[in-house]
Design a protein around this ligand. Structure first.
Ligand code: SDX
Length: 437
């Protein structure tokens, strides 16, 4: 075995360089030594969408895309989904260890007693149009929280960060439920602190005129497992937004709002909403072959399939498929499931998808469950943002405490115009601009 270095010869100059290899990476800054002259800036890497670039060291989540492995702080997702709760998993993601009994009790108490939101947020929320998308409301209202908790700007005070963590984990379900109730023209249902995290969320969503909401334990547990599966996922698009925006040292509410905005996109957290719309458009099992043919012809994507990292079955999708059967025992079977199962069966046998290593991801089955539980499709990305808040905060704290991290400011390759002289308006003549306005 040779040394942990890369020998590079620059054929432009004939010079050779040795670049250190650490954790199977080279430091991009080391490439700046490779120059054609003393005043040359030196080499950079060019990597649109960061297809092959590590932006940080992290100890939170490990994914092996080829083997379909997902672990939070070393614990397999399958074992956490089986034996843990969302709040316990959130503690693990945030603090690195499973809590002791006393730590868990204190953690649950702190989160439970921060579920209420300032009454002015209701007034703010009432300003949205009746059919405003709940994800747009959530992004706006979590940003608005930064104006209520000005102490959140003390991001290097551990006690302040802990308090904002309690507030964010606790209030996201309240904001989400209030956004849902607003979109239904229904009165807000306040938190019931005698209920568990997901039971209380169901209470704030679905309580009607009964004195005390009685959550269905199967549905509450199913939602808790879905929240566990969505708690973190290393450097996904929304986490990258959290780290990048957080690197400017803004408060965590503003950074979470940016992360939630990234998650809103149909290629990321909006995918399960797109899956439901896709399945509804397919309409029946016998229409699946025609749909697959159109995807292979480049007419759109098979939403809920494919992943930047997983080139095997997303382990979360396997667990969600099991949860679906438990939910349907209570809610009745969602007919879209049969279309989804047929679509998966056909796609997994088709060379187009096999060659591109496209398998079901976390979003392929989650929407079918949420719809069966009574959630409108617009709520799906909101149901993703709630649990991912623990991952976003964990990644944000890790970034803040990493001495190598600075404000995120990528370089570029400039391919634009060389210097040219300004032309006064009267001398421009017929504009060759091809009708830009
Ligand atoms: C999430 O990053 C995370 O961890 C995200 C997430 C998390 O927990 O945070 O796991 C959650 O966002 C899951 C992904 C949800 N999105 C979707 O299901 C939308 C559909 N999937 C894709 O659009 C796509 O697969 C991505 C966005 C997920 C990944 O895209 P990549 O890695 O940039 O891959 P690509 O777009 O370069 O595609 C590679 C090839 C292309 O074909 P060619 O141009 O080489 O011929 O695969 C094709 C793509 O056209 N392709 C698909 C496809 N996804 C990729 N073709 C049909 N259907 C698809 N779904």
């Amino acid at each position: 075995m040779g040394t942990n270095t890369l020998a590079i010869t620059d054929n432009r100059t004939g010079k050779s360089y040795e670049i250190a290899i650490e954790h199977d990476t080279i430091r991009a800054l080391d490439l700046r030594r490779i120059k054609v002259s003393e005043d040359d800036f030196g080499l950079m890497t060019y990597d649109p969408a960061f297809m092959n670039t590590a932006s940080c060291h992290s100890r939170i989540t490990y994914i092996d895309g080829d083997k379909g492995i997902l672990r939070y702080r070393g614990y397999p997702i399958e074992e956490l989904a089986e034996g843990s709760s969302y709040l316990e998993t959130a503690y693990l993601v945030l603090y690195g260890e499973l809590p002791t009994s006393d730590e868990l009790k204190a953690w649950i108490h702190n989160v439970t007693y921060h579920t209420f939101i300032h009454e002015n947020i209701k007034t703010f929320m009432d300003g949205f149009h009746y059919d405003a998308h709940p994800m747009g409301i959530l992004v706006s209202t979590v940003a608005a929280l930064s104006t209520f908790y000005v102490d959140a700007k003390n991001i290097f005070d551990p006690e302040s960060r802990k308090k904002q963590t309690h507030r964010l984990i606790a209030k996201m379900p309240t904001l989400a439920a209030f956004a849902y109730r607003h979109s239904r023209g229904m009165p807000y249902s306040y938190p019931d602190n005698a209920l568990s995290y997901t039971e209380n969320f169901l209470n704030m969503l679905f309580k009607m005129s009964e004195v005390k909401y009685q959550p269905n334990p199967t549905l509450a547990r199913a939602l808790d497992v879905l929240f566990i599966l969505h708690a973190d996922h290393e450097q996904n698009c929304s986490t990258n937004a959290m780290r990048s925006v957080g690197s400017s040292h803004v408060d965590p509410y503003s950074a979470v709002a940016a992360a939630a905005a990234a998650l809103y996109g149909p290629l990321h957290g909006g995918a399960n909403e797109a899956v439901l719309k896709m399945l509804a458009e397919i309409g029946a099992k016998d229409q699946v072959p025609g749909f697959v043919k159109r995807v292979k012809a480049g007419e759109g994507r098979l939403m809920g399939f494919g992943h930047r990292v997983y080139k095997n079955y997303d382990p979360r999708a396997k667990i969600i498929k099991r949860v679906a059967e438990e939910v349907f025992e209570v809610t009745g079977r969602n007919p879209l499931l049969d279309i989804a199962v047929e679509l998966e069966r056909i796609a997994l046998e088709d060379e187009y998808f096999i060659q591109r290593k496209l398998y079901p991801n976390v979003d392929f089955y989650s929407g079918i469950i949420y719809q069966a539980m009574g959630f409108p499709v617009e709520m799906f990305p909101v149901l993703f943002a709630i649990p991912r808040t623990s991952g976003w905060i964990a990644q944000w704290e890790e970034m803040l405490s990493d001495s190598e991290q600075k404000i995120a400011r990528p370089r570029q390759v400039y391919l634009g115009e060389a210097q040219r002289k300004f032309v006064p308006l009267e001398r421009r003549g017929a504009n060759p601009g091809k009708g830009r306005v």
